[in-house]
Design a protein around this ligand. Sequence first.
Ligand SMILES: [Zn+2]
Length: 186
Amino acid sequence: MKIRIYGDPFLKKKSRFVDKIDNEITALGKSLIDTMFEKDGIGLAAPQTGIDLRMLSIAVPFPKNRNQQQPLSMSPGEIKLLPMMPMVLINPEIISYSQVLESAEEGCLSVPDIYAMVTRPSSILLKARILGGDTFTLECGGFLARAVQHEVDHLDGVLFVDRLDTEEFSNIKNKLDRLLKQHKKR
Ligand SMILES: [Zn+2]
């Protein structure tokens, strides 16, 4: 699958809900995972590949400072989902956000070679259906919370560069402009 790059109007589209999980959706889920790994990503939303459906693949690694021996220090979402990675989430929905915010560096397969600090709620209540599995509603913290917020943003036509403060944005503006120029040439 080809990845849409910054400047592609498709990345600004709001995607549609998946209403039936059929063979096509299952195959698409597999392609998302394959493409994500091929490009060394840890998340890939369907619209990044030109498909306007609310589904995404994700492969959040176990946190380095925490491990399976200390599952109690992890959020319920991490405890359930991290051992199942990679996975495809269908119609993910963020029901609520923590008031506590956290900043960390993010990048994106659709914004190649550009990284910036993004401030987001540090934990979320996530409802989603796992492709080939059940529907869950769980509190997710840690890097999982950030990765899911980043990917769900794609389903609403939002990129991490849209969430930067003025200073962070000005730091990467030249690089973004260069990407836009490349896009116009294609
Ligand atoms: Zn992204």
